[in-house]
Ligand binder design. Structure first.
Ligand code: NAD
Length: 268
């Protein structure tokens, strides 16, 4: 028996920025499984090639391209290649992001600029380039990865500081982009993960370990303190399901929204 929502993206062209690992890798695989041809764009080409091989081995379609999202020309070149090779552009996922867990007062200008260039300027580049190219098709779905840190900071030295600042900016421009896309039937939304054990959190735990703390205890404490829902941390798949849904026809009337898949972390 069929379920009520069967997501079929057969023949659609999708571009995922930040597709080489973590959440981006998973959503790329999910989009490919739903039938899309997925252009995997990330800074480290070897990671994209690995993900591409796994997608193709599973019988689905993908293309790997290296791209630094902080450079608008590189972002546009990826979209241009996808359009040139497939004749269209249906889905763009702006997922590339880096962490910055240096305490607010100690963060150097250099580190702050690095996180701004990837998380904020990179997302801006993806939104502007995608909207400019999608307009002519009069349809499209754009999804950006934000964070619960864009809505609230944490006390007691666990703060997100400049990382959170970039995600708050992402939330704002998601709405600006949604207004810009609305006349062209383009939906623009963002998904905010809470806590997902990826390289980003491994980095945070590395720092805690260097400070002499117990890795596992720190992780468990984060989960217990910040995720009300007793299921614990989110998985890559949990975030990907929401993204794939937002790319589907079932989300045709959703735009300008920041949707948190965070076990309640935004409200805790
Ligand atoms: N892991 C979490 O708990 C969590 C929580 C909230 C939000 N997020 C957000 O989810 C997104 C993905 O994070 P993740 O946890 O999967 O991290 P990750 O480090 O596992 O993956 C990030 C990906 O982005 C790519 N990338 C980084 N900088 C880039 C650049 N300048 N140009 C192109 N690609 C670049 C990396 O190569 C990698 O493929 C990020 O936007 C992050 O802020 C993660």
């Amino acid at each position: 028996m069929m379920g009520i929502m069967d997501i079929d993206l057969t023949g659609q062209t999708a571009v995922v920025f930040g597709a080489g690992k973590g959440i981006g890798e998973t959503v790329s695989k999910q989009l490919a499984q739903a039938g899309a041809i997925v252009y995997l764009a990330s800074r480290t080409e070897a990671n994209c090639v690995r993900v591409m091989t796994e997608i193709v081995d599973a019988g689905n379609k993908a293309v790997a391209i290296s791209c630094d999202v902080s450079d608008i020309n590189q972002v546009d070149a990826v979209l241009a290649q996808a359009e040139k090779e497939t004749g269209k552009l249906d889905i763009v996922i702006n997922n590339a992001g880096i962490d910055c867990v240096t305490p607010f007062v100690d963060c150097s200008q250099e580190e702050m600029m690095r996180v701004i260039m990837t998380n904020q300027v990179g997302v801006n580049n993806g939104l502007q380039c995608a909207l400019r190219r999608m307009k002519k098709y009069n349809h499209g779905k754009i999804v950006t990865t934000t964070s619960f840190a864009g809505r609230r900071d944490l006390p007691h030295g666990l703060g997100f500081g400049h990382y959170g600042m970039t995600k708050a900016a992402v939330n704002y421009i998601t709405q600006s982009a949604a207004f810009a896309g609305a006349d062209y039937n383009i939906n623009v939304n963002a998904v905010g993960p809470g806590i997902v054990l990826t390289k980003m959190w491994e980095d945070i735990l590395d720092t805690a370990e260097k400070e002499g703390k117990n890795r596992k205890e720190v992780w468990n404490e984060y989960i217990k303190t910040y995720i009300p829902l007793a299921r614990g941390a989110q998985t890559h798949e949990d975030i990907g399901y929401m993204m794939v849904f937002l790319c589907s026809k079932y989300a045709d009337h959703i735009t300008g929204q920041i949707i948190y898949v965070d076990g309640g972390a935004t409200t805790a």
